[in-house]
Design a protein around this ligand. Structure first.
Ligand SMILES: [Zn+2]
Length: 151
């Protein structure tokens, strides 16, 4: 057993039937399915999280979580989105990548002092450990690398 096989339980809401599922991110290669509707839970792309799931999915995650605070009307957010796709794919199984529509979760924006978007926050063990504001591709890649580094 090495660090790569360490348990990384995360709680995710199925985008199809909205059932909450607990999956081991480290076993994403096994193509986890929703326990209710049996549709695949896709972990190689950012997952949409709302205010009601934030505590469980982001703060309760055993894996580091990169959270993209965005809005549909925000032009620079459209540059960050493909980068988040890339990071989710590159670090599938070690890093959870989620996105939050700030228009639908104003409480979260206030709680984390989001003054401009895009803002990307890295959480580890329920704590903020990194933040990027605006379009900072190098910083985001570094944050992701740092997050998944063992030890
Ligand atoms: Zn489902």
């Amino acid at each position: 057993m090495n660090e790569v096989s360490a348990k990384r339980k995360v709680t995710l809401r199925c985008p199809f039937c909205l059932t909450l599922n607990t999956v081991d991110l480290g076993k994403s290669g096994d193509r986890p399915k929703c326990g209710n509707c049996k549709k695949p839970l896709l972990l190689d792309r950012p997952l949409k999280v709302g205010g009601e799931d934030f505590d469980r999915t982001v703060l309760g995650s055993e894996a580091p979580v990169l959270v993209d605070f965005y809005a549909d009307w925000c032009a620079p957010c459209k540059y960050v989105a493909p980068l988040m796709d890339e990071l989710a794919k590159t670090h599938e199984g070690t890093l959870l990548v989620v996105k939050i529509d700030t228009d639908q979760a104003p409480d979260l924006s206030q709680k984390f002092g989001i003054r401009s978007i895009p803002t990307v926050i890295l959480f580890k063990d329920g704590e903020e450990v990194g933040r990027s504001v605006g379009f900072e591709p190098e910083k985001l890649r570094d944050m992701a690398e740092e997050a998944v580094r063992p030890g």
